[in-house]
Write a protein that binds this ligand. Sequence first.
Ligand code: DC
Length: 236
Amino acid sequence: MENRKIIVAIDGYSSTGKSSFAKIIAQKMGYVYIDTGALYRAITYFAYTNGFIDNGRNINEEWLKQTIGHIRLCFKTSESDGRCNIYLNGANVERNIRKMEISEKVSQVAALPFVREYVDKILKRYGKERGVVMDGRDIGTAVFPDAELKIFMVASARVRAERRYREIVQSGGKESFEQVLENLKKRDYMDEHRSVAPLVKADDALLLDNSNMTIQDQLDWLKEILKVRFNIDITI
Ligand code: DC
């Protein structure tokens, strides 16, 4: 494998399988994987559990703006299962941030410019040495417009909702398929229409529509690109 380390920026819609794909790529390339949505989710969780977002989803923005600098966020790899977990002020909140009450509120929090600024600073630190795979919504457009490889993932809303619903059922969640589909569409809309760093494909990103692709198909696709463009060999 070539020594030059690159940044792989994977953006796209919710539940397109970005994180599963990004995790495998990072492992195959020997890179660090960063789930950037987890940072927005952890900030949302922090605001919600401190009573600064109500169930009508009103956010006390002033309070969050004043407090955000005190929120310590980092990723740590679990020794037991090798998974990467997010820590909020020293506590592992990986499971809590995936709950529906957080999913319902996170797009609003992620639309706040000062929140994006805070997260961007963290991400830029992680990407300083390159050798990272990041998945999110604006990595290739706003955080690392100079990323060497940009992938934009899409799949039909129904396929994505089915995937998400399966995950929820497996983890004991109670939401109906319709609720999951509805939440997903709302988030798509908010992510695409926010004024700061909206979800959009970078001109130089490669489009990956995986509606009808297995993970193996996607890895085969990527293997070829890494070889041809960067002379990087990965074993799949
Ligand atoms: O990928 P996810 O569903 O965990 O992301 C949670 C939310 O965070 C989602 O509504 C979009 C937002 N997000 C973002 O605005 N920018 C990113 N780079 C990553 C996520």
